[in-house]
Design a protein around this ligand. Structure first.
Ligand code: FAD
Length: 579
């Protein structure tokens, strides 16, 4: 990546070019603004199909959920100025044309055809450099009844306005959210906060596919604790309606019918590529516009950014469709600069870092999951799950559950997932930097991170997780996940299970899986209660499995040879508990 060019390179470039941007929400205006900052003389125009500009789409669920009431806050600068055409002209000398759809691109003439969606008027715009920033369109399931009234998405400002109106009117009592991904779950929370009884339908075996099943199941339990229902492993087979064409129920593949007055579909998005494809711009395997690291398409005068593109995954090298707001902005910045001054900066791709709020929980992931690492051919993968408070108890600790994935052959960190009542986003951010920096677990264990009690533990969660993974890699700890233990028990295996907590804790909360209560402090004196055969499989745990780990070390020191720690302890147990 070219970072440090000599200071005056911008002045040497050709000025007064026409830069045309198609799409005016996240990546488009970013590209236009960057181009303007580097080329004061360029003629810069944004053509935007929607009525609004620079919408904070990521904020829609919070507007619908009533976290704030003024819709203009979704359209404002940090100082409260609405980013409308007049703002773009006055503050940036950028001509922003709204309610206008670009219908075709003529690469030979270097023009685009556009239609004003209010007046129907058509107009041709010229360009020297064109930036495609058309975003993506929500997928809709191809099932009967999809056109019924009451079926919507949460993708646009009008969608957000509609759902906010639904909230304010309070007439709708039951709704279904189709899709348990990031937007589906955020929508579920928003509508549940609006007093609507929600059922989330997810076709796959879990919600939030960016997480390991165990963590996703804990989140599902959290969603259900808020009186929202979650149905997994079941797809929508039809939307049912009345004689007025109004939605009345959603029918599932297993035949169940869920009565509802509204359905919000959130099953993913498809890149908007039509006009690019028709103009001969190359489309990739993920159905996104193909770009190189300069965000340039196969036409040197045309760049593409944001959700309409596909970009390389930095760990796999293969292209992915990564519809994230942060990436859209970063790509916009790169394309804006390159369109203004020539190809000087590059965008290296994504490691698919994301985070979301799920009621009181936050949840995120970065890099590869175990499954995606396996698919990529990593032969020797090690993972660990840990739980821990996000800060000392005297500062109001909140739980976090972490999962780390590493390549045992190179020791490199491949992925990290985190959920919990604490700030998962901070842990995910640190992990993302470590992955992008190519750090190994051995390097990560001694990372110098900020620490003070209001913010973290002396050893923050990501480091504690790295320590546990390093222990596993070095053979100091053998672990098994709650899922592995559960499956063992389901198969009739009978490991000797020790809960290492105190009797008081046991009274308050316990798994009830045939465990023996032996507090870690008394373990040395109670070894005679353990199986005589020292090769018997023993599983230890506590609330977060720190004492479980200490107990395991004590047992190993006393000659037991098959001792495993249930990773993450009770906090990471996704199944029903006796108490
Ligand atoms: C509810 C919701 C929550 C989200 N939450 C998060 C989050 O928490 N974190 C995160 O990273 N990402 C989040 N995202 C994703 C993020 O908003 C998108 O990745 C980002 O907006 C993509 O930017 P973009 O510029 O590519 O496309 P968009 O922001 O979709 O903008 C594309 C614009 O192009 C216009 N357009 C399309 N075709 C034409 C045409 N032919 N002519 C003219 N104009 C056209 C459209 O009107 C649209 O306004 C969320 C998205 C939604 C919907």
């Amino acid at each position: 990546m070219v970072l440090f060019l000599h200071k005056n390179y911008i002045k040497e470039t050709e000025m007064s070019k026409k830069i045309l941007v198609i799409g005016g929400s996240a990546s488009g205006p970013k590209a236009a603004a960057r181009a303007r900052r580097l080329d004061f003389h360029a003629d810069i125009t944004i053509i935007q199909k929607a009525h609004d500009l620079s919408m904070a789409s990521c904020g829609y669920p919070y507007y619908v959920g009533g976290f704030f009431d003024n819709r203009n806050q979704l359209l404002c600068t940090p100082t409260g100025v609405v980013r409308d055409p007049s703002y773009f002209m006055k503050s940036k000398n950028i001509n922003a044309i709204t309610d206008t759809e670009v219908t075709s691109i003529n690469r030979d003439a270097k023009t685009v055809e556009a239609k004003n969606l209010v007046t129907g008027e058509k107009h041709t715009y010229e360009y020297d450099k064109l930036i495609l920033a058309m975003g993506a369109t929500p997928k809709m399931p191809p099932v009967p009844g999809i056109d019924l009234k009451g079926i919507t998405t949460l993708q646009s400002m009008p969608d957000a306005d509609y759902l906010r109106k639904v909230r304010d009117e309070g007439k709708i009592k039951k709704a279904v959210v189709v899709g348990g991904g990031l937007i589906g779950i955020e929508t579920c929370e928003a509508l549940q906060l609006a007093g609507i009884k929600i059922t989330v339908i997810e076709m796959l075996p879990q919600i939030l596919m960016f997480l390991d099943w165990q963590l996703a199941k804990i989140l599902e339990n959290h969603v259900k604790s808020h009186a929202a229902d979650v149905v997994t492993d079941n797809a929508v087979s039809a939307f049912l309606g009345d004689e007025n064409g109004q939605l009345t129920a959603v029918k599932l593949a297993n035949g169940d019918e869920i009565p509802c007055e509204m359905a919000v579909v959130a099953i993913g998005v498809t890149p908007n590529i039509k006009i690019a494809q028709e103009a001969g711009i190359k489309i990739g395997d993920c159905r996104g516009i193909m770009v190189d690291t300069y965000m340039q398409t196969n036409d040197p005068d045309i760049y593409a950014v944001g959700d309409c593109t596909e970009i390389p995954h930095r760990l796999s090298g293969t292209n992915v469709h990564a519809p994230y707001g942060d990436l859209a902005n970063l790509q916009g910045r790169v394309a804006g600069e390159n369109a203004a001054v020539g190809n000087v900066v590059e965008f290296p791709g994504t490691i698919q870092t994301g985070v979301c709020k799920v009621f009181e929980f936050s949840a995120g992931s970065t890099g590869l999951s175990r499954t995606s690492a396996e698919k990529l051919g990593y032969k020797n993968i090690e993972t660990v799950t840990t739980s821990g408070p996000d800060r000392p108890g005297f500062m109001g600790a909140k739980i976090l559950i972490n999962r780390m994935i590493a390549d045992a052959d190179t020791g490199k960190l491949l992925g990290f997932e985190c959920i919990g009542l604490g700030d998962a986003s901070k842990q995910i951010g640190m992990a993302a930097m470590a992955i992008m920096g190519g750090m190994t677990i051995d390097q990560l264990v001694n990372a110098d991170l900020p620490y003070a009690p209001p913010f973290s533990l002396a050893i923050d969660n990501i480091l504690a997780c790295a320590h546990a993974l390093q222990n596993k890699l070095r053979g100091i700890m053998e672990g098994l996940s709650a899922v592995e233990l559960y499956n063992k028990l389901a198969k009739g295996e009978k490991p000797f299970i020790i809960d290492c907590r105190s009797p008081d804790e046991w009274e308050e909360m316990r798994l009830g899986i045939g465990e023996h209560l032996i507090p870690v402090g008394g373990l040395r004196d109670r070894l005679n209660e353990l199986p005589e055969d020292k090769s018997t499989e023993i599983v230890t745990y506590c609330k977060i499995s720190l004492r479980g780990y200490e107990a395991a070390r004590t047992l190993i020191a006393n000659g037991f040879t098959n001792v495993k720690v249930m990773e993450g302890g009770i906090m990471a147990w996704p199944y029903h508990r006796e108490k």
